[in-house]
Design a protein. Structure first.
Length: 149
């Protein structure tokens, strides 16, 4: 078995947080971090949706979804600040009625940090969570139909 030639190759070993190497730099766009954080937050139990739970923002979102070619974004309700090596994330949540909001927030925060750091290599410095609304069970029921006599 021949010994490897130490001087002929540059070896780059990927590791957490290494976005700049002698061979080049990797830049992560804000929209990428927004989508990752949005999906990670939404997959947690107790989270009904991201974004405003009622009012004008919800009406705007519903209207936007009716426009051909538009789609609801997994980054809705997510604001990020992305630097070269770090990211800060703000989440607006609507939670399910009956859940322990502090527990849901803690679980969301852990999952978002884990997903963003694992997928991007960025260090997440903070995840701020604003709970804007609580989804009541009665809001899930279809509207009653008038009875025909």
């Amino acid at each position: 078995m021949a010994a490897p030639n130490a001087g002929s190759e540059i070896e780059v070993r990927p590791s957490k947080g290494v976005l700049s190497t002698p061979l080049g730099r990797t830049t992560i766009a804000d929209v990428v971090v927004r989508k990752i954080a949005g999906v990670a937050a939404h997959e947690m139990s107790g989270v009904h949706e991201l974004g405003a739970g009622s009012g004008a923002a919800k009406a705007y979102s519903a209207l936007k979804e009716r426009i051909p070619g538009s789609s609801s974004s997994s980054g809705q309700g997510v604001t990020v600040e992305v630097g070269e090596t770090q990211a800060a994330i703000d989440l607006d949540l609507v939670v399910e009625f009956g859940v322990a909001i502090a527990d849901v927030a803690q679980a969301v925060r852990r999952n978002v940090i884990s997903a963003v750091e694992r997928m991007t290599g960025l260090e997440v410095t903070e995840v701020n969570i604003i709970v804007n609304d609580v989804r009541l069970p009665s809001e899930d029921l279809p509207p009653e139909q008038p009875r025909v006599q």
